[in-house]
Design a protein around this ligand. Structure first.
Ligand code: AP5
Length: 230
């Protein structure tokens, strides 16, 4: 049997988690689960979850652990994740990571890749990011080209939390609440960090290499790395 790839993508706001997660999930035909997308969809549809989360998201803060863990648990218990998944934006706190370990009990190891990028590059990137109001595709704004979505032709808009002051707040919150996740995972044989401060294609290649290196250490079918399983 194929080893399921249970992949967690870590990294600060704008690191390219979504960009790499979409690419990887499409290539491996596994679902990409983005808690940010789940929350934004709920905001857009007017669902109760969105009403609870919107103010926190717009201020650059983190939605409470209990709610996010419930969302992740429900999503990870659906049938389509049996052959693997890519998690983008969860976990974001050590409390969420501990809950994820519990959710994954008996389901094989997590493969964890951290995309590292310096803060100044992130602020510049997010100032250029526009998302399609129709299909949600994210792109970097090219000022010389008329701003329409390259995939569906929809209108490109600035995400409500991508203004410079909110981006700085998101980076502060990341440093305080989410960077400790690197320590939480880094001693595991299934963790790798990649340099995210290079072209998207170069990050993609480093990302795939990191996942391949981790999977090479796992006996086929078990989802358990050699060192940890020994
Ligand atoms: P979320 O949507 O997860 O936002 P984020 O983590 O801040 O990440 P981003 O989506 O901003 O960036 P990304 O790393 O995906 O980068 P991207 O690929 O788009 O969460 C939003 C909010 O929801 C949170 O602030 C919080 O309030 C709430 N939330 C979500 N999950 C939560 C949780 N688990 N717990 C609590 N609260 C939660 O790329 C960014 C830009 O750079 C794009 O324009 C892209 O085209 C470009 N780009 C990508 N790669 C490169 C590259 N290598 N070089 C140059 N440009 C690049």
């Amino acid at each position: 049997m194929h080893t399921p790839i249970n992949l967690v993508v870590l990294g600060p706001p704008g690191a390219g988690k979504g960009t790499q997660a979409v690419e990887f999930a499409q290539r491996h035909v596994i679902p990409k689960i983005s808690t940010g997308d789940i929350l934004r969809e709920a905001v857009q549809s007017g669902a109760e979850l969105g009403q609870r989360a919107k103010a926190t998201m717009d201020a650059g803060g983190l939605v409470e652990d209990e709610l996010m863990i419930a969302i992740a648990r429900e999503r990870l218990n659906r049938d389509d994740v049996k052959s693997g998944f890519v998690l983008d934006g969860f976990p974001r706190t050590v409390t969420q990571a501990t809950a994820l370990d519990e959710i994954m009990t008996g389901r094989g190891s997590l493969v964890v890749v951290d995309i590292a990028v310096p803060d100044d590059a992130l602020v510049a990137r997010l100032a250029r990011r526009r998302v399609c109001g129709q299909c949600g595709h994210a792109t970097s704004l090219d000022p010389t080209v008329e701003a329409r979505c390259e995939r569906c032709g929809g209108e490109l808009v600035l995400r409500s939390d991508d203004t410079e002051s909110i981006v700085r707040e998101r980076l502060r919150v990341y440093a305080e609440a989410s960077r400790p996740l690197v320590d939480y995972y880094s001693s595991r044989p299934t963790f790798r960090a990649v340099d995210g401060d290079q072209s998207p294609a170069a990050v993609g290649a480093a990302f795939s290499e990191a996942v391949d290196a981790i999977l090479a250490g796992m006996p086929a079918g078990s989802g358990i790395p050699e060192e940890a399983g020994a």
